[in-house]
Write a protein that binds this ligand. Structure first.
Ligand SMILES: Cc1ncc(COP(=O)(O)O)c(C=O)c1O
Length: 385
């Protein structure tokens, strides 16, 4: 390693009143779920996203599980989703006994290729799960039109897409349900955390029951009933107040955080533009003004070049990483799911993708150091070649 400080891939940051709000949550006398900070976070999110109702959860995985229960999918049902995603996208539905059907992604956004959805449908298809990779929107107009024509539900896995937009609308607030993540690797964080966005009011009452262990406790807390009882299946999906206090402080700074991340994106793009023009790497097509700057990715030629680049950067104190092992090729994906067509782009991209470090206090100098190291790698490869 050279004398430079280590640059991690991600680094959680305190951005405002986190400690103050956590202390306030403790002073309020109750730190379980369903408290004042949870309500304040939910109201903040509803306003910011223009969403009808947001239910905070303890993770995006929990929100996806709630969506799967609400969608009433079960054994024999099929759910169309990309293979290029995190396990939680699929496990939520596999837990209900449904079968994930994996389709390929577009080479430009790495999102589900909307032109492949119809071909993957069968009479058993119940839902489409879209994943807005890197906070960049899927083609929601086409997807919603298809879903409506075939009477399917749309669940947005917007784990990475909090505060990104599609034609002016917040991601997560377009499908029947949206699921976002506040895991510490995301833009806005609470350690572990998430939210379910319920865009169709017909599902709201059941959603509250599912989150509260199958009881109507939410109605009881609002004074609408004089006791609460077991009503349906459910689980314990509420976050505690200490986590919500932390999250509220982050939400208050959310626009600033995303603007900073977008600026880092722009700086990377600028620093690597020439390399892309010379055809040595591929960068995302769109500049991504509507996106939240969550991930900066690039594609190299093949897997061995990627291993070379990651090792080269590591030796210079820079932690760049790859991303998903496609679900269709993973042991559980083969056991529980099936391919809904060829997955050539998924296979190719997953072997060639590199994500560069991206966190709030990454300085201009750090970015210059990283882009220079990437350029040096390709220069040295050329000399050796
Ligand atoms: C696409 C996608 N879905 C779901 C999740 C799960 O989020 P959480 O860790 O909040 O459960 C992640 C986490 O990285 C993700 O990237």
């Amino acid at each position: 390693m050279t004398g430079n400080t280590y640059l991690p891939f991600a680094r959680p940051a305190i951005v405002g009143r986190e400690f103050e709000y956590i202390a306030e949550a403790i002073r309020n006398g109750s730190i379980a779920g369903g408290g004042l900070f949870m309500q304040r976070c939910e109201q903040w999110l509803e306003r910011q996203l223009g969403a009808r109702r947001v239910l905070l959860t303890h993770s995006c995985t929990a929100a996806l599980e709630m969506a799967a229960i609400l969608a009433r999918v079960g054994p024999g049902d099929e759910v169309i989703m990309p293979s290029f995603t995190f396990s939680s996208t699929a496990t939520a539905f596999v837990l209900r006994g449904a079968t994930p059907v994996f389709i390929d992604i577009r080479p430009d956004t790495l999102n589900m290729d909307e032109r492949l959805i119809e071909g993957a449908m069968t009479p058993r298809t119940k839902a489409i799960v879209v994943v807005h990779y890197a906070g960049v929107a899927c083609e929601m107009d086409a997807i919603m039109a298809l879903a409506s024509a075939h009477e399917l539900l749309v669940i947005e896995d917007a784990a990475q897409a909090h505060l990104s937009r599609y034609k002016g609308r917040a991601l997560g607030a377009i499908g029947h349900f949206g699921c976002i993540s506040f895991h510490e690797t995301k833009n806005i964080i609470s350690g572990e955390g998430g939210a379910l966005i319920v865009n169709d009011p017909g599902y709201l009452e059941r959603a509250e029951i599912i989150r509260e262990k199958g009881t109507d406790r939410s109605r009881f807390f609002r004074g609408e009933i004089d006791k609460y009882t077991w009503q349906d299946i459910g689980s314990s999906y509420c976050p505690g107040e200490i986590v919500c206090g932390f999250l509220l402080a982050q939400l208050e700074q959310a626009e600033v955080i995303c603007a900073k991340r977008r600026a880092i994106h722009d700086a990377y793009r600028e620093g690597l533009a020439d390399l892309a023009t010379r055809g040595r790497i591929t960068l995302p097509d769109a500049k991504g003004d509507d996106a939240n700057g969550h991930i900066f990715w690039l594609l190299v030629d093949d897997e061995s070049q990627r291993t070379g680049l990651l090792t080269y950067l590591r030796a210079r104190g820079i932690h760049a990483v790859f991303h998903y092992v496609p679900l269709h090729s993973s042991p559980a994906g083969q056991r529980f799911g099936r391919a809904g067509g060829r997955l050539d782009v998924t296979n190719s991209v997953s072997a060639r993708l590199v994500r560069l470090p991206l966190y709030l206090d990454l300085s201009r100098d750090d970015i210059a150091r990283i882009t220079t190291a990437v350029l040096d790698f390709f220069d040295s490869a050329k000399e050796q070649g």
